[in-house]
Structure formats: C-alpha cells, structure tokens
Write a protein of this length. Structure first.
Length: 79
C-alpha cells in the first residue's frame, strides 16, 4: 500500500517573449514542471560558465533569469 503522493508533470511551454527562470528551463520534479533542456542545475551552471548555454540576466541578489529568445536559439541549434 502506497502512501506517497503522485506528482503530476505538467508540460512546460516557453512564452513568446520575456524572461524565464532556471526551473522553467531545466524543470522541477517537486513542482511537477517538465524540463525544456533536460540537464541538472549544476550541469546548466557549468554550461553557462563555459559558454555553452546563454548568459543570465540578474534581476536582483537572488533572482536570475534568461531571455526566452536565447533559450529558443539554444534549442534550435540542438542542445
């Protein structure tokens, strides 16, 4: 008998314009958000540092996001 609550994964869709947070890009299992780029957070940050992934925009001390256009470009060339 299972007492675990099943998490429903919601398909993640990029908005047309604007900014997205890291959890929207790499997904979040706890929140049920499917990844657009299926890598871990640490792999994403390593890719940002090496130049493989787009540079972020800092909105505040603890708020980082990326341009949707940069993520779409990344997807179009193949991750």
């Amino acid at each position: 008998m299972k007492n675990e609550e099943e998490t429903k994964v919601v398909q993640n869709v990029l908005p047309e314009h604007g900014l997205v947070r890291l959890s929207q890009i790499v997904g979040n299992k706890k929140e049920g958000i499917a990844p657009i780029v299926p890598v871990s957070k640490s792999s994403w940050w390593a890719g940002v540092a090496s130049g493989r992934y787009p540079q972020p925009i800092r909105l505040g001390e603890r708020t980082t996001c990326w341009r949707v256009e940069d993520i779409r470009k990344l997807i179009s060339v193949g991750v």
